[in-house]
Design a protein around this ligand. Structure first.
Ligand code: PBG
Length: 333
């Protein structure tokens, strides 16, 4: 039966290059390196132990001690950078995020300890007020409940300065206020921190995929989602992302970011083609959570889906990827 067919007369058979692992590796166009990966980490205030983030399996709100241990592991794995986010106890939050610039803010202690213990690791500090405000927004509210741009920018400059002083290598404004990159650059330079870089969350969308992160830093819940559409971008837009990137570039950003990643691969590609700056993509908490959730239900193959999600982001044009999978994936590379 099987010898009965007529073979097709084809000059090009695409499958020849796919026949063996060796051939497939020769023709592979995109490779993920551990040097591409940035591990986001949460550190909690107070003296408590690390605690798991329920909606992000494997992710902890670290105590300061366990944060340092984790960073030492990451440094040994060859991961170049971590992005640090504080989880502040509710009693320290207020409408204007006063605790952000309090010298007792756990973030500064954490930056200092990680810097001392892991000199090779680059520390990226997130600049935004949402971990510190009791309403969960990234800035200061005006009378109508909207986030006020210019007063927020002033507060962000203070936060970025304090992070630089603590030893952050890069500050990463994730707030989406207008003009904050320029203001932060100027504030850093005036204070003598010319060497501290700025990774601008340039195209950050108002995304439902941030749900588990807000659980992690306790800045909101999936049940009562915060509406950040007055400052974060509309998921429908891509030209606007290019404008955001070009403004952040003019304002002095050293690197730019697209966030989230998986649902915005076209934006990553478009930004890659519109700027010469290094481009980061943030595979956010919800992207991580949905792979875990489907795998737990037995509906997706965990490792295969994880790896495919990351190579797709790299293929789209990201030079570096912030991902909660960073440590486990780096260990395999
Ligand atoms: C807030 C901030 C958010 C994330 C990083 N910084 C959430 C938000 O904008 O509400 C999300 C990261 C993630 O979901 O993994 N400044």
């Amino acid at each position: 039966m099987s010898s009965d067919y007529q073979s097709v007369d084809l000059l090009r058979r695409m499958r020849r290059n796919r026949a063996t692992p060796a051939l497939r590796s020769l023709v592979r166009e995109t490779v993920l390196h551990r040097e591409d990966l940035i591990q986001p980490l949460f550190v909690r205030s107070g003296n408590g132990d690390s605690e798991p983030v329920e909606s992000m399996p494997g992710v902890l709100r670290h105590s300061e001690t366990s944060l340092v241990e984790e960073c030492q592991k990451l440094e040994d794995l060859g991961i170049p950078a971590v992005a640090l986010f504080p989880c502040i106890e509710p009693s320290k939050k207020d409408p204007v995020g006063t605790h952000a610039c309090d010298s007792g803010n756990v973030l500064y202690a954490a930056i200092r300890s990680v810097k001392a213990a892991c000199p090779q690791l680059a520390i990226i500090a997130d600049v935004a007020l949402d971990p510190y405000t009791n309403h969960g927004h990234d800035g200061l509210l005006d009378e109508s409940g909207g986030v006020e741009n210019d007063s927020t920018v002033e507060a962000l400059c203070r936060l970025a300065l304090a992070q630089a002083e603590a030893g952050a290598d890069v500050v990463a404004p994730s707030d989406m206020m207008d003009g904050r990159v320029w203001a932060i650059r100027t504030a850093l330079d005036d204070a003598g921190y010319q060497g501290v870089g700025i990774l601008a969350y340039a195209a950050k969308y108002a995304s439902a995929y941030y749900g588990p992160f807000r659980d992690a830093v306790k800045s909101g819940s999936v049940a009562t989602p915060l509406d950040k559409r007055g400052y974060q971008m509309d998921p429908a837009n891509v030209r606007e992302a290019l404008l955001e990137v070009s403004l952040d570039e003019e304002e002095g950003a050293d690197m730019v970011m697209v966030k989230p990643a998986g649902a915005y691969l076209d934006v990553i590609r478009a930004v890659r083609e519109s700027t010469l700056l290094p481009l980061a993509a943030y595979q956010v908490s919800g992207e991580y959570a949905q792979i875990h959730a489907a795998a737990r239900l037995g509906w997706l193959d965990y490792e295969a889906t994880r790896d495919e999600s990351l190579i797709a982001i790299k293929r789209a044009g990201a030079d570096m990827i912030l991902t909660y999978f960073a440590a486990e994936v780096a260990a395999l590379l």
